[in-house]
Ligand binder design. Structure first.
Ligand SMILES: Cc1cc2nc3c(=O)[nH]c(=O)nc-3n(C[C@H](O)[C@H](O)[C@H](O)COP(=O)(O)OP(=O)(O)OC[C@H]3O[C@@H](n4cnc5c(N)ncnc54)[C@H](O)[C@@H]3O)c2cc1C
Length: 405
């Protein structure tokens, strides 16, 4: 069997972006898309939305995915407000203060899925297999893969983009540090009395952060509420009226009354980080390599940067790089691991700082928020991080000179 250059396992956003970038670089590529993806409800009740950074926008644009999103369904936001419910200090970011049009863009799950599928269909040489991976056997010259539809494939390299539970990670014996957060995330779409005015808002409550993120209708918001597992269960099973009242109270009615809500879903939150990002001819990307708390809205953004870095490294190494891909994988890991460690540390520290009950820590975080709010250069640095414009970026994620501060 003639080996394919790359087999991508997983048809989420990270998998499809990786497949498109590698195919565009001239490699032969196959992608396995599980026919029974546990996908979330789509259409009018599409509960999941992503906040995507300008860096992610550039990566998705480079492989024609961004252009396939309906412009009317992309919601840019140019302001971000964060505050501490207990002591009231507020930190506000404004894209205009550094001459940028948007801090980030909200995109609904169903819209992203449709654009990903269209991008795959537009590449007839990229072969799509509606199957899950059942077994993987790394060999000297290639990996042998057995699919659920009875087919077998041979691959010079395998990119595992198969999510936080990554079966591929387990198949090649990569260990993963795993720690559940003491919170579940409740998600819902809600209608409020007041419009969002292109602003994302997040309050830190005693049990975790609560975010109201703007959607295309000016009075509609995607809510992500991290709270104790018991409280999350109660919020999911509460009536719509009780949920709206609880939510409005928790948010201090900053957007007026919460008028209506979709049904809610709750997810356990887990921190994961693979001990190494590769073994034999297999490399991990996205949630398969690292899973972070959603409070910073950076999980998918980090996965898209993985895809861009791997594609850039693979293109530079060419076919020679695929003979012994470990060197290529190590260069990819060197570029990504430090960034991921910093992201994990920042999100964990923020989460723990706000969960802490000690009064002196409450004072410290309040003073920290208030001080940061007044320090314009520090705010610019934080904004650059939040927009994905800092760190060791792959060329296609870098802002054009005209976009810079
Ligand atoms: C409440 C919440 C809010 C979030 N908000 C944001 C946000 O605003 N911005 C952001 O950047 N991130 C956000 N995230 C994180 C983001 O959702 C994830 O980081 C991202 O979806 C990971 O993408 P992925 O492609 O790596 O994995 P996934 O989306 O999990 O895709 C993995 C795919 O692999 C498939 N698969 C698994 N096993 C196999 C197999 N054996 N064979 C074939 N296929 C297989 C699965 O079916 C799935 O389709 C949020 C997360 C949560 C929980």
């Amino acid at each position: 069997m003639k080996p394919i250059d790359w087999v991508i396992v997983g048809g989420g956003a990270v998998g499809v972006t990786t497949a498109c970038l590698l195919a565009d670089a001239g490699f032969s590529v196959a992608i396995l898309i599980s026919p029974a993806s546990p996908g979330l409800p789509e259409g009018p009740d599409d509960l999941r939305s992503y906040s995507l950074t300008p860096a992610s926008r550039r990566i998705l644009a480079a492989c024609g995915i961004w252009e396939r999103l309906a412009p009317a369904r992309i919601t840019p936001y140019d302001r971000l407000q964060v505050w501490d419910a207990a002591r009231g200090a507020t930190l506000a970011f404004d894209a205009a203060s550094c001459g940028r049009p948007a801090l980030a863009y909200m995109v609904e799950h169903s819209q992203l899925q449709a654009a990903l599928q269209a991008a795959l269909l537009a590449r007839p040489t990229l072969s799509v297999h509606a199957a899950t991976l059942e077994t993987l056997r790394p060999g000297e010259l290639c990996c042998h893969l057995q699919l659920s539809n009875g087919q077998s494939l041979a691959a010079r390299a395998v990119a595992a983009c198969d999510g936080g539970d990554s079966p591929v990670r387990a198949m090649v014996g990569i260990e993963c540090e795993e720690r559940p957060y003491p919170q579940h995330a409740v998600i819902a779409n809600v209608r409020c009395d007041q419009p969002h005015r292109a602003t994302a808002r997040q309050v830190f409550l005693a049990e975790g952060p609560l975010a109201f993120l703007p959607l295309p209708d000016p009075q509609l918001f995607a809510v992500v509420w991290s709270t104790t597992p018991v409280a999350a269960q109660a919020l999911v099973s509460a009536s719509e009226a009780v949920f709206c009242a609880e939510l409005g109270r928790a948010f201090d009615h900053r957007l007026g009354a919460v008028l209506a809500s979709t049904p809610r879903l709750a997810f356990p939150l887990t921190r994961r980080h693979a001990n190494t990002y590769s073994a034999a001819r297999v490399v991990l990307l996205g949630d398969a390599a690292h899973q972070v708390h959603p409070l910073a809205g950076q999980g998918l953004n980090a996965g898209l940067l993985d895809a861009a870095v791997l594609a850039e490294r693979a293109t530079a190494a060419g076919m020679v790089g695929l003979q012994h891909p470990q060197a290529l994988f190590q260069r990819y890991e060197r570029q990504r691991r430090g960034e991921i460690l910093a992201l994990l540390a920042a999100t964990d520290t923020l989460n723990q700082l706000f969960l802490a009950r000690e009064p002196w820590l409450g004072w410290l975080r309040n003073a920290g928020l208030a001080l940061t709010h007044r320090l314009e250069p520090l705010k610019r640095l934080l904004m650059a991080h939040a927009m994905g414009d800092s760190g060791d970026l792959p060329a296609l994620a870098r802002p054009a000179a005209s976009e810079l501060f």
